[in-house]
Design a protein around this ligand. Sequence first.
Ligand code: A3P
Length: 326
Amino acid sequence: ELQAYNKLHEKLDDLLATLPKDKGWRSPNIFLHKGFWLTPQAIKGLLMIDDYFHPRSTDIFLATFMKCGTTWFKALMFATANRHRYNFSDHPLHHNGPQSAFPFLDSHIFLDYPVTKFDHLPSPRLFATHFAHSLLPTSLSSPSSTCKFVYVCRDPKDVLISKWLFMSKLRSKELPPISFNETYELFCNGVSEYGPFWDHVLGYWKASQESPEKILFMKYEDMKREPSVELKKLAAFMGMPFTAEEEKGGVVGEIVKLCSFENLSNLEVNNDGGGAQKFTAQLVVENRDFFRKGKVGDWENHLTEEMRERIDSITETKLKGSGLTL
Ligand code: A3P
């Protein structure tokens, strides 16, 4: 297996040499692979998923573009799936950052050698991914696969601000800082990790239209506005609907409260004394960096009117005729 693993690295190097590249927000370069901008590590993750990941028919994926609410939905899905195992007064989410609630497939598959195969996880397994729908292996994405996807999207203006601030924190100190104006231009041109944003959203939107039983398309803003309604939808889709008794007993409200920005961001583990999440040997992110404001519309504090208009017009043009509005 070590030989196959080393071969994969050779394949990765050969592939990278053929791909167009552009400026990364936190790393020197990102590469355009099958229509999406990815870091070399993410491309390695894709190759490894192709070679080593064996889906189970009961797997459930949380798919997001970066900064659309991965941390929040990880907490919600974990708390929902495990609500019969844990007590809300002493819950694992009180002591562990939500990012560690279940694996981020894109990089955890190669966190260390030997390759992680996730065979030890009980069903239904939960995974998170940032990969665009068209990049996923057909064993996961084809309508005949019974794996489920929860996709979460968010207003691209808030995504841009959140991502810029997050990536600036992670950006290597050896690189010159990247200005907001430059990031904004790159974002509008689709050049950011896992982007273009609009193609990412549209890929999952179209797939969810074709197979609604396989992909649940959700919005950050809806979960903010009506968390109980949205959480009930989420649980039912996961095949774990709340019973009338649970609803009466306040379980939905307990999960909403446990996973709220106010609660999670104030826990020590997600704060100054908190832990960190290892994504790759080079990329370790402190839990607190996944919590900033948790608001809808913070872009108003950062974007000029002209910038807002340009992003809104890209969104309108890209989503035209799809039936989706953002
Ligand atoms: P802001 O930077 O706008 O505050 P991701 O988890 O996909 O990386 O997204 C991070 C964004 O979700 C950040 O947005 C973060 O503050 C927000 N967030 C994290 N936890 C949240 C929660 N429990 N409820 C609502 N928003 C949350």
